[in-house]
Structures are given as structure tokens and as C-alpha cells.
Design a protein around this ligand. Structure first.
Ligand SMILES: NC(=O)c1ccc[n+]([C@@H]2O[C@H](COP(=O)([O-])OP(=O)(O)OC[C@H]3O[C@@H](n4cnc5c(N)ncnc54)[C@H](OP(=O)(O)O)[C@@H]3O)[C@@H](O)[C@H]2O)c1
Length: 164
């Protein structure tokens, strides 16, 4: 069942790569600014490994929810849950809640999410963590901006997609 108030935000390479050694694949300051602008004031849902990968956690001015398999495990400044269903229930009254990773969490939420906010790098990157393969036919583009980043030497786009 799709939850229209659940959105995924992810930075992804052409080959759906998203992470390596529990870190991101590139440093793109403008993308971090976009992430902050889109998610501030909102609820965020993340996997435990992503929580520990954040340079500064919890992310300020946002409701931080961490998914863990360990009952009773707590994370400073966060709410914790033990299942996807529990996370969905916690955000049912939120106008928009964001799934912020990582790979395990994206995989489980991909069929449930109504919107995707992609930072799409137009290049294959080496990774150990991937987003599920996206069938773009299933999504309608509502916004797109294209850029070139000199430092990283790649083209990238911001794409907002709504499930058809
Ligand atoms: N490119 C991007 O936009 C982006 C965004 C976020 C993260 N990432 C990258 O993604 C990588 C991390 O992803 P990951 O797949 O390794 O880890 P993850 O999805 O962040 O977290 C996995 C952990 O979440 C818990 N979990 C997952 N599903 C669960 C469920 N159904 N019920 C209870 N607990 C559950 C488990 O914790 P337990 O250990 O308690 O079992 C599991 O080990 C890093 O490289 C990170 O940098 C990339």
C-alpha cells in the first residue's frame, strides 16, 4: 500500500549506487543544502547504520526516527522503532515524512513511498550499497534541474517524482 505522505530522498548514481564503507559516494555541498531545505521541519526515518554514518546526529530541527532490530535500543535525540510498520504508524499524521536511507531501509520503503526526491549523478560509481532499480515509467516528473559539478567532474540532476 502506497502512503502519499511518505517520500524518499536519496543521492544516487546512474547504476543506483548510494554508499561505500558506510559513507556517501561523493561530496556535493549544494546537494547537502538541498537536503536541509527539503527536510527541515519534517520527520525523518533512517536505518541504524545511516544514523551512525551522520557526521552530526540527530539532524537538527527535524523529528529523527531510527529503525533498529534491537528492542529497547535508544539513540540520543531520536525516537526508535523496531519495524517498518511501527515507523509508518509514527508518521501517519505527518504531512510529509522522509526516508533518508540507507540501502536496507530504502529497499523496504520503496514500494510504500508516494514521492522520490532524487539527486541523480549521470555516471556509474563503485559502491557496496545500492538503491532498488527505479522503473521511471512508474513515476511522473514534477521538477528537474540539471547541473555540472567541476570538482567531482560529473553531470547531475535534481529530480522530483510522484508515483503515477
Ligand atoms: N546516497 C544517499 O542518499 C544515502 C543516504 C543514506 C545512507 N546512504 C548510505 O547507505 C549506507 C548505509 O545503508 P545500509 O543498508 O548499510 O544500512 P541502513 O539501511 O542505514 O541501516 C540498516 C540497519 O537498520 C536496521 N533495520 C533495517 N531494516 C529493519 C527492519 N525492518 N526492522 C528493524 N530494523 C531494521 C538494522 O539495524 P540492526 O543493526 O539493529 O539490525 C539494520 O542493520 C551507507 O553507505 C550510507 O552512507 C546513502
Amino acid at each position: 500500500m502506497v502512503h502519499p505522505n511518505i517520500s524518499i530522498i536519496v543521492a544516487i548514481a546512474q547504476n543506483f549506487a548510494i554508499g561505500l564503507n558506510n559513507d556517501l559516494l561523493f561530496h556535493l555541498p549544494d546537494d547537502l543544502k538541498r537536503f536541509k531545505k527539503i527536510t527541515t521541519g519534517k520527520a525523518l526515518i533512517m536505518g541504524k547504520r545511516t544514523f551512525y554514518s551522520l557526521p552530526k546526529a540527530p539532524l537538527p530541527n527535524r523529528r529523527n526516527i531510527v529503525i533498529t532490530d534491537i528492542p529497547g535500543e535508544t539513540f540520543a535525540g531520536c525516537e526508535s522503532v523496531n519495524s517498518i510498520e511501527e515507523a509508518v504508524a509514527l508518521v501517519q499524521n505527518e504531512p510529509e515524512a522522509f526516508i533518508i536511507g540507507g540501502g536496507m531501509i530504502y529497499r523496504q520503503f520503496y514500494p510504500l513511498a508516494g514521492k522520490l526526491y532524487l539527486t541523480l549523478v549521470h555516471k556509474d560509481l563503485e559502491a557496496d550499497t545500492y538503491f532498488p532499480s527505479i522503473d521511471f515509467e512508474e513515476w511522473r516528473e514534477t521538477a528537474r534541474e540539471d547541473f555540472y559539478d567541476e570538482k567531482n567532474g560529473f553531470d547531475y540532476s535534481y529530480l522530483d517524482l510522484v508515483r503515477k
